[in-house]
Structures are given as C-alpha cells and as structure tokens.
Design a binder for this molecule. Sequence first.
Ligand code: GDP
Ligand code: MG
Length: 292
Amino acid sequence: MKVGQIAIVGRPNVGKSTLVNHLTGAKVAIVSQKPQTTRQRVRGIITTETAQFVFVDTPGYQTRFTTALNRTMNRYVTQSFADVDVIVLVVEAMKWSADDEAILKLLPPAQKVMVAINKIDQMSDKSLMGGYVEMLASKRDFIAFVPISAERGTQTKALLGEIEKLLPEGELMFDADTMTDRNERFLAAELVREKVFRQLGDEVPYGCTVVIEKFELDGALRRIFAAILVDNENHKPILIGKGGERMKRIASAARLDMERLFDGKVYLEVFVKVRSGWAESDASLRRLGYEA
Ligand code: GDP
Ligand code: MG
C-alpha cells in the first residue's frame, strides 16, 4: 500500500475545503463564501485498493489580524508543511495574487509540491491555460499541474493518481472505513458554525465560534447542546434574529445535516453566549479545544 499525508494549502477561498469534501465524500470541513472560515486542521481520509490518502486541510494563512487566534492558525499552517509527504497547492485558474505568493513562500524548498488549478469550470477560454501554467512554472519547481473543478469533481481522480505516485509504501494509518479523525462532537460544532456563516454572511461577528457543551447518546438519539460564543453583548441579537427566527433556522439546518452525517436522530439545542476577550489569549483558545 501507498500511504501518506497530504497538505492542501492555498489562500482563502480557492476551494480547499470543497476539494477535501468532494474527495472524501463527507462533510468534514466547513465550506463558505467567506474567507477564513476553516479554523482548525481537519483531516479527510480516502482508502482505496492500493493507497490511503490522509488529507490535512489547512486554514488560509492569516495576514489581516494579529490576535492570538490568528497566530495559532498560522502555526497550524507552518506545522502542517513539515510532516506531510506531499503538498497540494490549490490556486484559482487564471488568478495569482499577493496572497498566493505569500503561501508559496512558506513552502519548504525541499518539499514535493503539486499544483491543483481549481475552478476551471469558470474559465471561458481554455486556451489561456498554457500561459498560466508557464507563469506558475517560473515560480518554483513543481512536480505536476492538474487542472480541476473541485465543485464538479472534474479531474479530481487524475489529481489523486498524481498524488498516489508520490506517496511512500507503508502500513495503513487509519481503519479502512474511517472518513475523518475528528469525532462527532467536533463535526457537530463545524456544522453549527457553517450554518452561522451561511445565515449571517457578512454580518457574522469576527471572533464568533461554536462549542459543544453537551453531547449525549440516548439509545439511537443524539442529544446535542451547542453554544455560539460571541465577543460582546451587542452581537447576540444579530445571531438570534427577530423573534429568534435566525437561531431557529441555524439550528434546524444544522440538525438536518447532523442527522444525515451521523445517520440517526438528533435533538439539538443552540444558544448564544458572550465570552469576552476569548480570541485574545492562548489559554482560552486551549480551553476551547484549539491545539496551541
Ligand atoms: P477554501 O477557503 O479554500 O477552503 O475554499 P472553499 O472550499 O470554502 O470554497 C470557496 C468558494 O469557492 C465556495 O463558494 C465554493 O463553492 C467555491 N468553489 C470551490 N471549488 C469550486 C469550483 O471548482 N468551481 C467553482 N465555480 N467554485 C468553486
Ligand atoms: Mg476552507
């Protein structure tokens, strides 16, 4: 068997989470229109007849804020480059920005890096691809370039094939049927967080996060209590909405996704709490379950 770890890197919004979700067929990482919604390292795992791929979906490198939270996130990004077998740099077809350049600079020179050129479904003139690849090739010695559409699944098998060639031989790292190394508690928090982002769009207060306060199994029923933590009292009404409308929509959408993912009934309660200053200290990050 070929077995190895793959880091999916790239600036925010290029489609890293979409790619991992598509490949693993499970909703393990948050997907949203908003940049910087993936806060934690999330792994998706694919096991085939010949290989096991362990994906590390890194958050976008944070350059805009300098709170402890962002420093912690930057450490994840740097860490994840060191221990992997292959890096897949995801870029958006025909785009190259200062953010892409900044990520590229972080990649260790000795590391094997492949480029997934995503969102090719949005390209109107495919003949421009040659020039774009040439531009990329002038920046670093990349192993391969694979044009894909993560959303439609175009060429994602080809991408896996290219990755497999670079993985070392080894023993399986996870059971064949494991999709993610995150537990249900973590996934439940991710789903609530995704719904918050979907419902609030640009209104979502920075520093808003979700923790699961209780997760109980009652026969086949999962009883889940999720708290949405915000930085100050003024943010509460934004999340709750008129007559609790928003909170109801967030909770019921999250519950439906959980029932699908866990394949069983879910009782879900979601509430909003103020935890002031939580984003400012490493200690409170650790309490919330972020690895420092
Ligand atoms: P991340 O920040 O790199 O993890 O990006 P996401 O996976 O959250 O995707 C950002 C946005 O790009 C979302 O709105 C996705 O639906 C969209 N997206 C991802 N892949 C594709 C693709 O292949 N084609 C198109 N048109 N949109 C995509
Ligand atoms: Mg993401």
